[in-house]
Design a protein around this ligand. Sequence first.
Ligand SMILES: [Zn+2]
Length: 460
Amino acid sequence: MITGPLYPLLPVFLQNAACSFYGLTLRRLRFSKQFQQKLVQLKLSEWYSKDQIDEYQSEQLIMLIRHAFEHVPYYRTTMKQLGLTPSDVQSKEDLPKLPLLTKDIIRARFREFIADNATEKHLVHGHTSGTTGTSLQYYLGRNQVPFQWAVWWRHRARFGIHPDMLHANFTGKPVVPPATRRPPYWRWNLPLNQALIPMQQIQPEKISDLVKFLGDHPFAYFSGYPSIIDSLSSQALDQGLTLKHRPSCVFTGAENTLDKQRRNIFEFTGAVLSDQYGFSEGCGNASRCEHGVYHEDFEFGILECVEQEIIDDGHTRGKIICTGFASPEFPFIRYDVGDNAVWDLDTHVCECGRQSAKIIRIEGRSDEYVLTPEGRKIMRFDYLFKDTHDIRECQIVQKQPGEITIKIVRRDGYLSSTENILRSGVAQWISPKLKVNFDYVSEIERTGAGKMKAVISFLT
Ligand SMILES: [Zn+2]
């Protein structure tokens, strides 16, 4: 990591050098020859017909299952116990014959997931964020990293963005010492062509310097957590600041982008907003097209929709279950990543022309919904805040059944009548029986990885 105990003591130019040195390591890891080759292939295969996609996925799946049976002890044992042989799984329609894979199973039988023909020196160690006990340790195979980055850069290429373009990355890492009182409130990572803007520096008295910096450089795009980019955008709008040079795109990631955040970011940057859905275990991905639809990155893995439920708009909600093709050294087959999504299972082709599976929205993790007294699970609350302009940030917390607390960071001029608007919104749209409490805070706490959660439930 770049931000060790000595880092804050270094002069700015050495902090820039440390960021760039770290960037050089990342560039070597991400943008290898394999990455370039993969990206070329992916830009062709994204236009496959439905039949070609099915054929591709079946071929990959047959190879993966045969390999898992022959070389990965967990899958061999499990399939034998179920009386299955590799020939029983010929296409994704056969996947339900295999059991779901949970994080608990991987924790308990970790060594059994490493393929017996894998060379351990080629394995990249990975772990999910989370507190001790909820974090998951795993390995990524040697082709996984370039494959994953090629999938991500294919997404960006849809918007005319390429790896050599200058950009600003909004990060949770404290690359500028938090006590800094004078600009620069940013650092440079030159090998990755990026300026790093840490979330800790986005404070009212620093916004005008940050906006000037961003406007003085020809940044092609911004990337980072939507909550951080929104925080800068909404404070800049409050202060009447505008960008001299605007980026053409903003790529958000790691958190769901809320409608309110989307509006603020668009108003401030005027840029196209896009994102893709991925996760650190790296066994599945979906990327938005130019028309805002997430398409399964079918070359990288299969995303199944299980526990299907038809919802009000005719779309299908379900859990995301992933089978990854990129990492046979430590395969994830039918892995329950813990997220939910809404699919468009209708067979019509997306306006963009891509024929891969369509996901309308990602609904987040199972511990990110509120349970109503009627037993409904509610994951999104954006529309409650549609007409409230005096809230900077908010978070819904449920600690006990039958009630929620709305944590609010107020803007100047916050009106107490906003409570009534929110209460009646909850009664109308969510549940008339749900009790609503308010808690006014100076900031919404981030997770260890710097993410802001829109909803936290302590009931699960
Ligand atoms: Zn599309």
